[in-house]
Ligand binder design. Structure first.
Ligand SMILES: Cc1cc2nc3c(=O)[nH]c(=O)nc-3n(C[C@H](O)[C@H](O)[C@H](O)COP(=O)(O)O)c2cc1C
Length: 291
């Protein structure tokens, strides 16, 4: 039996969580494989046997799984292996609950046994910037949860996907995001700060960016993951109509973790509930349990 991680990640949050989970799996003596979902790896044949388990990791984009995740699932060959979803998102709202419905449906049609999902709160890289201390609290909380969640995966314990009615209602129309981003992303461009290093092209999971005479050009394959804008070393990516929402610069996850009374006003109640429940059930950040 092996645990296969199949992961889409734009700005690195989901990768960080899935790699941490992979380390726990290895520490407990199991064999693992890690496959990033990118345009390059989209056609790779995975050898999955029925006693393997697959962890599909993805960030929630507009209350849904990003398009490359759906495309990768469509290309998986049939199997009766067990599947878990590991999703990260900037909000811990019930509205995010329907994101695994479509991936789960596609996988069940291929014979997979969908065992459920795990959801981790991680900082946004668009729209709202958290402080480093809140980002640090999010990561530490996730790491505490991962220990228990890995136990459940390894023992085959179900974690049902429970889409709320609101989540279903919202996620349907917002699939428009997946149709819009190829055009929105085509309007991204490099400003005069660009030094032509080509890092944006290297990190783009959909190979949407091509360097032409030392200058990035943006095609029509953008899925809005923000890898290019977050990882540009000189903040040279202009996000077109989304530029006002740009968040530039990596978070310092090593910062001292926030105290719950220093949480942002944004989504404050759902964040508190997440940190409080995590501390109660999984240990870790005891400060959150004072709430
Ligand atoms: C285009 C876009 C849409 C997003 N939509 C949502 C959303 O609907 N709900 C949410 O909670 N977070 C949303 N987020 C936040 C991401 O899910 C979150 O930052 C995630 O951890 C990013 O993972 P990654 O670094 O692996 O790409 C969105 C982020 C982006 C870039």
């Amino acid at each position: 039996m092996k645990i296969v991680f199949l992961v889409f990640s734009g700005t690195g949050n989901t990768e960080r969580i899935c790699k941490a989970m992979q380390s726990v799996v290895v520490r407990r003596g199991f064999t693992t494989e890690y496959h990033a979902i990118t345009r390059k790896t989209m056609q790779e044949d995975l050898v999955i046997s029925s006693d393997d388990s697959i962890v599909i990791g993805y960030p929630i984009h507009a209350f849904n799984a990003p398009r490359p995740v759906i495309e990768r699932i469509k290309r998986l060959s049939a199997s009766s292996a067990q599947i878990w979803f590991v999703k990260t998102s900037g909000e811990f709202l019930k509205l995010n609950s329907a994101s695994s419905v479509k991936p789960a449906r596609l996988l069940r049609r291929k014979g997979y046994v969908v065992q459920g999902e795990f959801h981790y709160l991680m900082p946004y890289h668009i729209m709202t910037r958290h402080s480093d201390s809140v980002a640090s609290l999010m990561l530490r909380t996730a790491l505490a949860r991962i220990e228990d969640d890995t136990t459940d995966i390894l023992s085959g314990r179900r974690h049902a996907i429970e889409p709320s009615l609101g989540g279903r209602i919202v996620s349907g129309p917002l699939k428009i995001e997946q149709l819009a981003f190829p055009f929105i992303g085509h309007a991204f461009h490099a400003t005069s700060r660009c030094i032509g290093c080509g890092l944006c092209a290297q990190v783009c999971p959909t190979e949407n960016i091509v360097m032409a005479q030392g200058h990035p050009t943006f095609g029509f394959r953008c899925v809005g993951c923000m890898a290019c804008s977050v990882r540009c070393p000189v903040n040279a990516v202009d996000l077109g109509i989304f530029d006002g929402w740009k968040i530039y610069g990596a978070y310092d996850f090593d910062a001292a973790p926030a105290k719950p009374d220093k949480l942002p006003r944004y989504c404050n109640r759902s964040y508190r509930r997440y940190f409080y429940d995590s501390a109660k059930v999984h240990g870790g950040q005891t400060s959150a349990s004072n709430q």
